[in-house]
Design a protein around this ligand. Structure first.
Ligand code: FES
Length: 149
């Protein structure tokens, strides 16, 4: 059911923890499943130097947050913004359809951390929309959620 990569990132998640004095912190949740994800980013000169996460959620949520942090480290803000839940799923060699919403949480948590960074620094990140705390609302509009799967 799960790819080896998903199992690996679930059993040995990368970048678990928090960053003290992070440049941006984002927390999102899904009211339907009750899972919560928090992402910390350290950004210097427009580059994401470090990313960490804490996830209170299912195995796929842990694996997708682990992969999402791996994907954004070393990237520019613009590149990180291009990381979608689809790229996270692809990097994990796929997820079962009912678990796609978990990857959406990872994408939104990174966006929420970038939003926090932009707010703190009084800048506008082109293409970044204000994140919704409850990703479940978003799912309905995007049609990518567990209830639509
Ligand atoms: Fe909700 Fe995975 S079941 S994030």
């Amino acid at each position: 059911m799960y790819s080896e990569k998903v199992m690996d990132h679930f059993m040995n998640p990368r970048n678990v923890g928090e960053i003290e004095e992070a440049s941006g912190v984002g927390t999102v949740g899904n009211a339907k499943c009750g899972d919560i994800m928090k992402v910390y980013l350290k950004i210097e000169e427009g580059i994401i130097q470090d990313a960490k996460f804490k996830t209170f959620g299912c195995g796929a949520a842990v694996a997708t947050s682990s992969m999402a942090t791996e994907l954004v480290i070393g990237k520019t803000i613009e590149e990180a913004l291009k990381m979608t839940n689809k790229s996270v799923v692809e990097a994990l060699d796929g997820l079962p359809p009912v678990k796609i919403h978990c990857s959406l949480l990872a994408e939104e948590a990174v966006h929420a951390a970038l939003w926090d960074y932009a707010k703190k620094n009084n800048i506008i990140i082109e293409g970044l929309e204000e994140p919704k705390e409850d990703v479940h609302d978003h799912e309905h509009t995007e049609g990518a959620g567990c209830c639509n799967a």
